[in-house]
Design a protein around this ligand. Structure first.
Ligand code: NAD
Ligand code: UFG
Length: 343
């Protein structure tokens, strides 16, 4: 029987590349669309080296409707789309909101329109725990209400989920799963693919690995006066390969008609919160490398504490984040060392 064909938008990026690998390992054929606005073409070599085969690759901007229409005509029989392509820098989205609305919403609209027209039945969307803001109750469940978005980036995720809901409601042939990621970290255990932040990293773990390797002088810990056991903010850090696997499970669920609803929403986290200082200590323990750090003031827009209630995803999807924090931090470190060796 012919392999199922999945379009992975943004598949040269951090989470998309790991997902392409997991799909290909499970026997799916993958076509990636990426305009390489936040990634490198060499990522495709990493994917090929790990899986032993090449994904199809099309380089263009999904905001370009004509090119996308042409793509749908060429790749006639897509079984599903996983949509990662978006801008994701929270701080930049505050400075340049229209850049974020333009890219994150137009890519989604064009894809949904194309799916309806070309009868592609299954859609998986990269959403974020940012839709919850600071939840009233922790751990946060999928039924918790949206809080006013902290940033234009966060708002694009809220609007996107609503656009998907409305489109699914109006399109009997379309089914979707929205996955709300908590904090994806780490890299593939082969160290052949991982996160490639441009310039100074905004996120905690790439900043830690770049400090450890000597690219940054010291980590700034943003605030130690939160109402948490050690005063630093708490997040739910999830291994990127575990996260990628949840996408494969989601695709299978829809193809095998196991969904309970035509739009389902799942939290992707570990269920365990870790503070910034716990991450620093776990990194030091697993790698043996000391991190220079300094406590500074809080970062604007940060919430105090957020971690997932994973029961629904664990029971319904039959998926669970399995990799331990120290192993995940070690994978991030191995990746950092590997890219600096190449640079
Ligand atoms: P990433 O920047 O590494 O990957 C996104 C990819 O999409 C990049 O390769 C980029 O070149 C591509 N892209 C962007 N706009 C495009 C366009 N218009 N046309 C074609 N390609 C385009 O980001 P990531 O960390 O892999 O995130 C993937 C998705 O997951 C995003 O939607 C992001 O918002 C979401 N998400 C990420 C995190 C996180 O912490 N990394 C957390 C929650 C949600
Ligand atoms: N932090 C530091 N120093 C740094 C970087 C981060 O102390 O140099 C702290 C932050 O203040 C926060 C924690 O580390 O308390 C995690 O920060 P990240 O920037 O790594 O992650 P966020 O939780 O702020 O945001 C991430 C993604 C968003 C997504 C959100 C969903 O970057 O895209 O998770 O929860 F929306």
């Amino acid at each position: 029987m012919k392999n199922k064909l999945v379009l992975v938008t943004g598949g040269a990026g951090y989470i998309g590349s790991h997902t392409a690998v997991e799909l290909m390992n499970e026997g799916y054929d993958v076509v990636i669309i990426d305009n390489l606005s936040n990634s490198e073409k060499s990522v495709l070599n990493g994917i090929a080296e790990i899986t032993g085969r090449n994904p199809y690759f099309e380089q263009f901007d999904i905001c370009d409707k004509k090119k996308l229409e042409n793509f749908f005509r060429v790749y006639k029989k897509l079984d599903a789309i996983i949509h990662f392509a978006a801008y994701k820098a929270v701080g930049e989205s505050v400075e340049k909101p229209l850049k974020y609305y333009q890219n994150n919403l137009n890519t989604l609209m064009n894809l949904l329109e194309g799916m309806v027209k070309h009868e592609v039945p299954h859609f998986v969307f990269s959403s974020s725990a940012t839709v919850y803001g600071q939840p009233d109750e922790l751990p946060v469940t999928e039924t918790a209400p949206f809080k006013p978005a902290d940033s234009p980036y966060g708002n694009t995720k809220q609007i996107a989920e609503e656009m998907i809901r409305d489109t699914v409601n109006a399109s009997p042939g379309l089914q979707a799963i929205s996955l709300r990621y908590f904090n994806p970290i780490g890299a593939h255990p082969s160290a052949l693919i991982g996160e490639l932040p441009r310039g100074v990293p905004n996120n905690l773990v790439p900043f830690i690995t770049q400090t450890a390797i000597g690219l940054r002088e010291e980590l700034k810990v943003f605030g130690d006066d939160y109402n948490t056991p050690d005063g630093t903010a708490i997040r739910d850090y999830i291994n990127v390969v575990d996260l990628a696997k949840a996408h494969v499970v989601s695709i299978k669920r829809m193809i095998e008609h196991k969904s309970k609803d035509r739009l389902e929403i799942f939290n992707l986290g570990t269920g365990k919160g870790s503070s910034v200082m716990e991450i620093v200590k776990a990194f030091e323990k697993s790698t043996g490398v000391k991190i220079n750090y300094k406590i500074v003031g809080r970062r604007t827009g940060d919430v105090e504490s957020v971690y997932a209630d994973t029961k629904y995803a664990n029971n319904e999807l039959g998926w669970k984040a399995e990799t331990g924090l120290e192993e995940t931090l070690l994978s991030a470190w191995n990746w950092e060392k590997n890219i600096r060796k190449k640079a």
